[in-house]
Write a protein that binds this ligand. Structure first.
Ligand SMILES: N[C@@H](CCC(=O)N[C@@H](CS)C(=O)NCC(=O)O)C(=O)O
Length: 198
């Protein structure tokens, strides 16, 4: 299993998840400042020319939400996803998709200082997304109660970007505490060390 990745990018989601899973994987580091993501060989893996990409035998997966979903199902022994048929899977999938469908848009709105009609923007507004996230973690546990899942990897990494890396989300006690819970996980520490070294 190979992870094509670059330091200080959305690849941290997959690094963190792979460290949670604890199965062997190989890292293929791309220096995206120098353009290897536009090489034809890489574009065959991801025509978007973006990292992360996971190659697992014949399976080639891009888009971090899809990679996270794939890996959590691929290694059920890691217990990072409710199994098929479990009603908790509904909320689990909601949070996986919330990252790409709502948080990415909200962050773009903030970075680009955009103002779109809330009823037309799929994420409503930056404030609405942050309010929903705050309520989701307000009880001091994970998104699905006492059980840490791969959805926490997606949302936790996004909140890290928003609150720590880019500081576009003002600190709020519940969000800060949630990010700290994520950062306290040994797998997060290992992933960050790899990211720093990369
Ligand atoms: N929707 C993609 C976004 C991936 C993405 O934008 N990756 C950036 C780094 S964070 C990248 O590879 N940029 C290189 C480029 O666009 O040339 C995902 O969630 O995986």
């Amino acid at each position: 299993m190979q992870l094509y990745w670059a330091p200080k990018t959305r690849s941290i989601r997959i690094l963190w998840l792979l460290e949670e899973i604890g199965r062997p994987y190989e890292r293929v580091t791309l220096d995206i400042r120098n353009g290897p993501q536009t090489d034809p060989d890489f574009l065959r893996l991801n025509p978007m020319g973006k990292v992360p990409v996971l190659v697992d035998g014949e399976a080639v997966v891009s888009e971090s939400g899809a990679i996270v979903a794939y890996l959590a199902d691929r290694f059920p022994e890691a217990r990072l996803a409710p199994p098929l048929g479990d009603p908790r899977r509904g909320q689990y999938l909601k949070w996986l998709f919330f990252s790409g469908n709502c948080i990415e848009g909200a962050f773009a709105e903030k970075f680009g200082n955009l103002k779109l009609p809330e009823s037309a923007a799929g994420w409503g507004s930056f404030e609405r997304v942050v309010d929903v996230l705050e309520r989701a973690v307000a009880d001091g546990s994970w998104l699905q109660g006492e059980t840490f899942t791969a959805a926490d990897v997606m949302i936790g990494a996004d909140l890290h970007f928003g609150m720590v890396a880019f500081r576009i989300i003002e600190p709020r006690p519940a969000l800060t505490a949630y990010v700290e819970r994520c950062q306290a996980r040994p797998a997060w520490t290992r992933a960050m060390a790899i990211d720093e070294a990369g």
